[in-house]
Design a protein around this ligand. Structure first.
Ligand code: AMP
Ligand code: MG
Length: 406
């Protein structure tokens, strides 16, 4: 049986990146940059006042000249009509270009008009530092500098930086379409009251949420029953997506028909079963059809198994498709707040919560009742990774932790 690392290696090997596409900034929120973006412009594009006040020569003020002749006025969006020389000032507003020789702006609060005469201003400071309240052309970004590297998720501020510098389109990897199909005769929709032996389909809600969080577009396909016809019909539909996630029907039960139906549909198995807890029955395969393959994950039906397998395996596939590095889950080290007896010979992903202390992160294990115990995940924000092989862990022992939604 594969280890988690071996299974992740196989996913990395199987999954290539989407081709880059150019999209308008208005379409780009949440997408991943496919190329680094180099600035073609300077920010700011001119020497600019950061205050409403008077543009001056700082040497005038420091040299004891307190009263200056106001020779010009510039508001934002205009340009100075003349430069200043010693003894002169330009009345200037925030965002307006400073006259070429000015090297400081005195805020209006630190000035007064001489005897109400708007052509003469008195500066109420003994000195003003050169460069005070001016931001020079290119201070924030120069032509030829990188605005963003490739593989970055575009948030509002990245889009704004591109907009400011005139990059109206950006080269990205699109979001993968991810079909979510629950399987099971026992399932009812979440708005129904379960009859005897029935439970609600909570996996659809969970997996669709995980898909969105990981940068995919969820396409819920509802419930397929545990018979070949219904399963076949739903699988056929799901294979139109970039990724098809099935939950349930992948272990050794009498009605676990998912692997055989996937193979019948032409999906080539890459692996089935991983030495992991929870999630051992997980299945992964690929429907190869030229450049637009469909990746298929058969996730175990138990909710925590589904959730953990998504975080480990599906998220890695999404990161590969969109070319994010590193693709595989990253961990940090934290100290256990309590002792723990680990008995399993599988690598175990244990719901936990990280607390940040002055001495570094600590991690508290949830009171976890196993793979059906969704409640344990509600208060958790991470999972502790216990290596295979039983071991007694003491308080303060260092363990590996994978954060959820990191
Ligand atoms: P299976 O993997 O089909 O054997 O299912 C394992 C367990 O997970 C069973 O107790 C199922 O009832 C439960 N289960 C399967 N699918 C779902 C689902 N969509 N939502 C919640 N629980 C499920
Ligand atoms: Mg089932």
């Amino acid at each position: 049986m594969l280890t988690v690392t071996q299974a992740l290696d196989q996913i990395v090997r199987e999954v290539g990146a989407f081709a880059p596409e150019w999209v308008a900034l208005s379409e780009a929120l949440g997408l991943i940059t496919a190329e680094s973006v180099i600035s073609q412009e300077n920010s700011p594009p001119f020497d600019k006042s950061l205050m409403d006040g008077y543009a001056v020569l700082s040497s005038d003020i420091s040299g004891g000249k307190r009263e200056l002749a106001v020779v010009d006025e510039v508001t934002a969006g205009r340009t100075p009509s003349c430069d200043i020389v010693s003894g002169q000032a330009t009345r200037i507003m925030t965002g307006a270009p400073t006259p070429p020789s000015a090297d400081a702006v005195v805020p209006v609060e630190k000035t007064e008009l001489s005897d109400g005469d708007s052509t003469r201003v008195r500066v109420l400071l003994d000195e003003v530092d050169a460069e005070r309240n001016i931001i020079r052309l290119g201070t924030n970004k120069r032509v030829g500098e990188e605005i963003l590297s490739s593989g970055r998720r575009l948030r509002a501020q990245e889009l704004a930086a591109l907009a400011e510098l005139g990059a109206a389109k950006v080269s990205v990897r699109r979001k993968p379409l991810i079909a979510v199909l629950a399987t099971g005769d026992e399932l009812v929709t979440t708005d129904q009251t379960p009859g005897p032996g029935q439970i609600r389909n909570s996996n659809e809600t969970m997996l669709c949420g995980q898909v969105s969080n990981a940068g995919g577009v969820p396409v819920p396909l509802g419930i397929a029953r545990d018979n070949r016809d219904d399963l076949r019909r739903h699988i056929e539909e799901g294979l139109n997506a970039d990724i098809l996630l099935l939950s349930g029907g992948v272990s050794a039960g009498k009605l676990d028909l998912v692997p055989s139906e996937l193979e019948r549909a032409g999906v080539e198995q890459v692996f089935h079963k991983v030495r992991v807890k929870p999630g051992k029955p997980v299945w992964f395969g690929v429907l190869r059809r030229g450049s637009n393959s469909c990746l298929v994950f058969g996730l175990p039906g138990n909710p925590v198994s589904s959730m953990v397998c998504f975080e480990l395996f599906v998220r890695t596939a999404i990161r590969r498709l969109t070319c994010q590095f590193p693709a595989t889950p990253q961990s940090l080290t934290a100290r256990l707040t309590h002792s723990h007896s680990h008995k399993d010979d599988r690598e175990t992903y244990f719901p936990a919560t990280v607390e940040w202390t002055v001495d570094g992160p600590t991690v508290r294990l949830m009171n976890w009742h196993g793979s059906s115990d969704l409640q344990s995940t509600v208060d958790a924000d991470a999972m502790v990774v216990f290596p295979p092989d039983p071991k007694e862990y003491a308080v303060n022992d260092r363990v590996k932790v994978v954060l959820w939604d990191a």
